[in-house]
Design a protein around this ligand. Structure first.
Ligand SMILES: [Cu+2]
Length: 175
């Protein structure tokens, strides 16, 4: 009797936590010199979009663009293998609304402090964690998350004029 009650308590406690863990994906980012650049966590949101939590470090102080790029590859030092922006809808960068948040490429800016860290939370409706969706972060084997040297100007197509690539993390379903 006591065992049954204990087993029930354990399962009630752990099942929801396990479900949440399974659905969220945490990606490690590295700088172009191989330093730890922190993490990005992608979790499903209630409206089928995703919640993104960035906890970055070892960045130069100042504003930096954060994008999703099209290939799941982060080869230092230039991270060119990540390709261009992940843009499943083939939209022009930064033109759809004043914030530029229209497009699968996730143009957002984060600000790193003097200590090189930056934290940010975004909620986006135009990306998905559903592996079969065209706008999935796992589409075609995966994507990558990129931090740039400069801020995204939210208008220059297709790059956002954000300069070099300074940190990168591979996003795949089998992390
Ligand atoms: Cu980019």
């Amino acid at each position: 009797m006591r065992l049954t009650a204990a087993a029930l308590a354990v399962s009630l406690f752990t099942l929801p936590a396990m479900a949440a863990k399974k659905d969220a994906v945490t990606v490690d980012l590295k700088t172009s010199t191989g330093q730890d650049a922190g993490t990005a966590t992608f979790a499903p949101a209630k409206d089928n979009g995703i919640a993104i939590h960035l906890k970055l470090k070892n960045l130069p102080a100042g504003e930096h663009a954060v994008h999703i790029h099209e290939h799941p590859m982060c080869d230092a030092p230039d991270f060119k293998t990540a390709g261009g922006h992940f843009n499943p809808d083939a939209k022009k960068h930064g033109t759809e609304n004043p914030m530029g948040h229209h497009n699968g490429d996730l143009p957002h800016n984060v600000t790193a402090g003097a200590d090189g860290t930056a934290k940010a939370n975004f909620h986006v409706s135009y990306l998905s964690l559903n592996p079969t969706a065209a706008n999935s972060l796992f589409a075609n084997g995966g994507t990558s998350i990129m931090v740039h040297e400069k801020a995204d100007d939210m208008k220059t197509d297709p790059t956002g004029n954000a300069g070099g690539r300074i940190a990168c993390g591979v996003i795949t379903a089998t992390k």
